[in-house]
Design a binder for this molecule. Structure first.
Ligand code: KIV
Ligand code: NA
Length: 264
């Protein structure tokens, strides 16, 4: 077994094979997802919410993400690990973007980086790919701009479809190896997927993209509360962990744990 390469993902598209992608931020999930055959793992800036407990993705820093990238890379054998460039680490221009991307590759050991924005970050994508670093783009709803967008809103409805399509063309033209389409109408995602030769990775973008990504805590039901409509929960980890925790607590209080077999 060897690591998945970006060329494998493009070949998969040519064959018409779809692939799954998940976020991961730690060694245990990374190892489980790797062995379960998830070819691409994203150390998302969604660690802001899902690891560090921030309200939005805006506060998380490169310094907070790099150790998580290292953990995921160390724990995997075949997955291609993508490091997500956090807000504030690439917007100033191609020089800043390349500097940050190099840190993710060199210090984090990532195999690719991801950043948000279409036409507005095409120059950054060009600079990073020009240095030999694969870039996954991210268009449609981009959480780092939620204050401009005005919340979690579907992008590309009606006549706005042309905006998302123009962004898709721009990132492909700039050299991205794949593009995340977040919260765009299924029909728009389908059209972009058909037009581009690079794979599209949907999240809230319907069934016709080349790949699908979810935040793992959403997929596995660890996150509590109301999930967005595009999330499907494949397990109830929060329920399982709550039960295990209550049982442990009860057994300690009742003197049942540790038993003889746990005792030296
Ligand atoms: O940070 C993240 O989790 C993401 C994906 C959901 C695409 O950017
Ligand atoms: Na992200």
């Amino acid at each position: 077994t060897r690591r998945v390469r970006t060329r494998d993902l493009i070949a998969a598209k040519e064959r018409g094979d779809r692939w799954p992608m998940l976020t991961s931020y730690d060694q245990y999930t990374a190892s489980i997802f790797d062995r379960a055959g998830i070819p691409v793992l994203l150390v998302g800036d969604s660690a802001a919410n899902n690891v560090y407990g921030y309200e939005t993705t805006l506060p998380v820093t490169t310094e907070e993400l790099l150790p998580l990238v290292r953990a995921v890379v160390r724990a995997t054998k075949t997955a291609l690990v993508v490091g997500d460039l956090p807000f504030g680490s690439y917007e100033e221009g191609p020089t800043q973007a390349l500097r940050t991307a190099v840190r993710f590759m060199k210090e984090g050991g990532a195999h690719a980086v991801k950043l948000e924005g279409g036409r507005r970050t095409a120059e950054q994508i060009r600079a990073i790919t020009g240095a030999g670093i694969p870039v996954m783009a991210h268009i449609g709803f981009t959480p780092q701009s939620e204050h401009t967008i005005g919340g979690y809103r579907v992008q590309g409805r009606g006549s706005d479809a042309e905006e998302v399509i123009a962004d898709a063309r721009a990132v492909a033209e700039a050299g991205a190896f794949a593009v995340v389409l977040e919260m765009v109408p299924g029909e728009v995602a389908k059209q972009i997927t058909k037009e581009l030769t690079i794979p599209t990775v949907g999240i809230g973008a319907g069934p016709d993209t080349d790949a699908q990504v979810l935040v793992w805590q959403d997929m596995a039901g660890l996150r509590e509360g109301k999930a967005p409509r595009f999330v499907k929960r494949y397990a109830d980890l929060s329920g399982i962990l709550t039960e295990a925790t209550k049982q442990f607590a009860d057994e300690v209080r009742g003197g049942e744990f540790p038993a003889e077999e746990h005792t030296f």
